[in-house]
Design a protein around this ligand. Structure first.
Ligand SMILES: NC(=O)c1ccc[n+]([C@@H]2O[C@H](COP(=O)([O-])OP(=O)(O)OC[C@H]3O[C@@H](n4cnc5c(N)ncnc54)[C@H](O)[C@@H]3O)[C@@H](O)[C@H]2O)c1
Length: 249
């Protein structure tokens, strides 16, 4: 049990086969009390109920600062303390550079990158006051290798922005006892691809993965667990690849 007496907030954890949901389950197995924040309010409530008693599911749009502040107030009110924040919510769109409209760009950047800032800002004052906290941020191998798997260039840009933001927050917040790290998964089998990943595409992608399989949501959940727990107490500003060797650098 790595998270006994800890409380965790996980964004984007409503979708049934998603990374956030798998992370919520794993955190609960390790003794944490979990709050799920998701754009899908009903899904968040159902997911929290599935976790058992004492967990919380709330509607929250990470791209809206006011929505993040309201959710943080509710969670802190209900739990009394928040030790862990997992900035996991994200969206993708498989388009090419010339197809990106201004609205596409704004939406992808708002949810994937600005959402990390807004939700972190909502919890940092509380973590600072307690002089402890662990924030994990979702980036992607797409940020490191220039996309080319599923998300478009705007997705790569937003996820690369997350890496810079997380590192800068790690440097700034370290003296307050708050650690900030990022994860960069390769292709993980969730519903984010919206059924558009064909068997032929999968076979082609597998050729470039030394471990010879696509990732599972649990593969990433275990890295979030490491970053959330005291196992990583001297780790901040780090980027952890979870990609089966798809990118070795
Ligand atoms: N699946 C992959 O291959 C992969 C690879 C690298 C990174 N990621 C990232 O992992 C994260 C989780 O993705 P997933 O694959 O589990 O997908 P998913 O679609 O199953 O989960 C994403 C969740 O985020 C929620 N969400 C979307 N917009 C939101 C908003 N504005 N505010 C709050 N919640 C919102 C959705 O409702 C959903 O529950 C995303 O940030 C994604 O970009 C995924």
């Amino acid at each position: 049990m790595l998270l006994t007496d800890k409380t965790a907030v996980i964004s984007g954890a409503a979708s049934a086969r998603g990374i956030g949901r798998a992370t919520a389950r794993l955190f609960v197995q390790h003794g944490a009390r979990v709050a799920i924040l998701d754009l899908d309010a009903a899904g968040a409530k159902a997911a929290a109920a599935e976790l058992g008693d004492g967990h919380l599911g709330l509607g929250c749009d990470v791209a809206d600062a006011q929505s993040c502040r309201a959710a943080a107030e509710q969670v802190i009110g209900a739990f009394g303390q928040v030790d862990i924040l997992v900035n996991n919510a994200g969206i993708s769109q498989p388009v090419k550079t010339m197809e990106i409209t201004p609205a596409d760009w704004q939406r992808i950047v708002d949810v994937n990158m600005t959402g990390v800032l807004f939700l972190s800002q909502a919890f940092i004052p509380h973590m600072r006051a307690r002089r402890q906290g662990s924030i994990a941020c979702m980036s992607s191998v797409s940020a490191q290798r220039g996309g080319g798997i599923f998300g478009g260039p705007h997705y790569s840009a937003a996820k690369a922005g997350v890496l810079g933001l997380a590192k800068a927050m790690a440097r700034e917040l370290g003296p307050d006892g708050i650690r900030v790290n990022s994860v960069t998964p390769g292709l993980i089998q969730t519903d984010i691809t919206g059924g558009k990943l064909t068997p032929a595409m999968k076979a082609e992608i597998l050729k470039g993965i030394p471990l010879n399989r696509l990732g599972e949501a649990e593969d990433v959940a275990r890295i979030y667990l490491f970053l959330a727990s005291d196992l990583s107490s001297y780790v901040t500003g780090a980027v952890i690849d979870v990609n089966g060797g798809m990118l070795i650098h």
